[in-house]
Each structure stands twice: as C-alpha cells, then as structure tokens.
Design a protein around this ligand. Structure first.
Ligand code: NAD
Ligand code: MG
Length: 298
C-alpha cells in the first residue's frame, strides 16, 4: 500500500486524476457526492499545525468545492468556522460542520442566499455571537452561468452573477468592519477567467476580474487598520460548479488546458487560503495568487 500523502514530494502532474472524465451533469448548486471521481477536499489528507490557532473565520461556499476544503483546513489549523452556503446544500454543510468539530473547533451552520444584503449582515452577526468575534473572512461563494452569444445576453443573468459574486464582497466586509482588528485577513476567490476570459463566460469573467480589482482597492483602504486583503485565482478545479454549469464535452476534457494537463483538486487550493489568512503572510496584501497548474495568469 502506498503511503504517499499530499505532503510527500512527488510529480504534481499525476498526483490527482487526469482527464478524460466520465460525462456528468448536475443542477446547480450541485453535490460533491454526485461527482465521479469524488473531489478531494482534504477530508483524509489535510493535516493542520496550529497556524490559525484561536482565529474566528467566516467561509462562504463552505459546503462544497474550494470553500469546503478551506473550511476543513482552517479548522485543522485551529480556527472556529462559520459555514455559509445555500439552503439546498444543508446536507453537505452538515458534513463539513462535523469535520470542523472533529478538529476540536466550533462550527456555525448558516444557510442563506448572499444575493440579499441582509443575509450578509446576519451571517457576520451570527458568527460574532457564536465565536465572540471575527478575524478571517474567506469569500469563496460564486456562480457561473454560461451564455454562448451576446445575442442571448440577458440583464437578469448579469444581475444574478454580480449580486452573487461581487456584492457580498462589499456587504460582508462592511458588516464585519466594526469587528475586524489589526491582524485580521480577508481572502477572496477570483479565477483565471478574470485574467484570460473564455468566450462563453463573459458575465462570470467580468465578475472575477472585479474581485481581483476589489482586492487591490480594499487592501489599500484597510492597510492603515492593519487588515490584509488578498485573493486566490484558481485555474480549473474539480468541483460541482463545473457539472452544474458547463456542458459534457468540456467535462470530459476538464483541466486538459492547464499546463499540468489536469484540473486541481479543492485540497490543492486550501494551502494558499491558509497562508493568506495566517500571520505568516504579514507583508502580503493586495495580491491575488494564481493556482492554475502551471498556466501563467498575470
Ligand atoms: P462549488 O459549487 O462547490 O462552490 C460554490 C459555492 O457558492 C456553492 O457551494 C454555494 O454554496 C455558493 N453560492 C453560490 N451562489 C450563492 C448564493 N447566491 N448565496 C450563497 N452562496 C452561494 O464550486 P467551487 O468551484 O468550489 O467554487 C468556489 C469559488 O471558486 C467560486 O467563486 C468560483 O467562481 C471559484 N472558482 C472555481 C473554479 C473551478 O474551476 N471550479 C475556478 C476558478 C474559480
Ligand atoms: Mg455547494
């Protein structure tokens, strides 16, 4: 039996599954248990070492994909974690809450649609009430409808994408602001799409470019308060977002466009989110780190 772990030096090209993948489609927001192969969020693999001891985090999109991997990693690094997700994702979120508690930390389950400003405020207040404060905001939730042609553009699609992907940056940060002390950290989730957009993802890509831009603006605005703001720009990652929004022909070859020729797993995104949240990143602010399997972004 192999004793290879995510910490063992090895060839990253064959560390995780490569395409082709079996055809599969889901209705959004999607379920990790309906994916083949099931993604790795670090449930078995991520080991913490106290890098976030005593911290109190809010993670959006925490039920699945990148947010799930980040919530697991934050807890194993010693943080209490408030889990934000859509109501229909309750079962997946409860699994994450159990993993957080198994790591010896407190979990808060907070279902709700972040397109509503009041939900964002209520999430922050619930986390503060449960944990006695908040000092890490990992804003990871996102949606990605595809539109083939400008002739099919609909205002409601852009409203939806911006409300889900951009507005919560402002709403959550404003609500958390009175609670954020020097040393607090905000981590956003952009995308390679924010820098190199695909033709069918214009609404999504403009939101992801906006996230990287907001990250730079807010880092400067909050610097004098000792609050850092950074982001991660993932390349293709094996999460339910993909079978929920992209057609089967792209699922079968998913990740083949990356220099590694494979998609990332959510577990491979957690370490940069941990670094950026931790005090080890004390001199990093306003940066968006590309995690793309070798494809240049900037
Ligand atoms: P995912 O579907 O597992 O996670 C997205 C989550 O966003 C959902 O679980 C849901 O809880 C949340 N969400 C969506 N709309 C919401 C709303 N209105 N209110 C509250 N929560 C909402 O997929 P993922 O790929 O892990 O996505 C996480 C982030 O990563 C997204 O911002 C996505 O744009 C970004 N990203 C993903 C990839 C990729 O290839 N998977 C690449 C680059 C960036
Ligand atoms: Mg989900």
């Amino acid at each position: 039996m192999s004793t290879r772990t995510m910490y063992t030096p090895q060839n990253p090209l064959d560390q995780y599954p490569r395409p082709p993948f079996p055809p599969q489609q889901q209705d959004g927001p999607g379920d990790i248990h309906e994916m083949t192969p099931v993604p790795d969020h670090g449930e078995q693999s991520y080991l913490g070492s106290g890098r976030l001891a005593g911290r109190k985090a809010i993670v959006t999109g925490a039920d699945s994909g990148i947010g799930r991997a980040v919530a697991i990693a934050y807890a194993r690094e010693g943080a209490d974690v408030a889990l934000s997700y859509l109501p229909e994702e309750q079962r997946q979120a409860e699994e994450v809450a159990q993993l957080v508690e198994k790591a010896g930390q407190s979990a808060l389950l907070f279902p709700g649609d972040l397109q509503d400003e009041a939900t964002n405020g209520a999430l922050v207040e619930a986390a503060v009430a449960a944990f006695g404060g908040v000092d890490i905001l990992a804003i990871i939730a996102g949606t990605m409808p595809t539109v083939d042609s400008i002739d099919d553009f609909e205002t409601k699609t852009l409203d939806h994408v911006l409300k889900a992907n951009i507005y919560p940056l402002f709403w959550l940060t404003k609500a958390a602001s009175p609670h954020l002390k020097p040393g607090a950290s905000i981590v956003t989730c952009s995308s390679i799409q924010g820098f190199q957009p695909s033709p069918q993802l214009a609404e999504y890509a403009v939101s992801k470019a906006g996230i990287a831009n907001w990250t730079r603006a807010m880092a400067q605005q909050l610097a004098e308060r000792g609050i850092r703001v950074n982001g991660v720009a993932p390349g293709p990652v094996w999460t339910p977002l993909q079978p929920a929004f992209v057609p089967n022909e792209k699922i079968e070859s998913f990740g083949s466009e990356a220099a590694y020729g494979r998609p990332g797993q959510p577990a491979e995104l957690a370490p940069p989110f941990v670094l950026l949240a931790s005090q080890e990143a004390s001199y990093i602010s306003g940066e968006t780190i590309a995690v793309t399997g070798g494809t240049p972004v900037h």
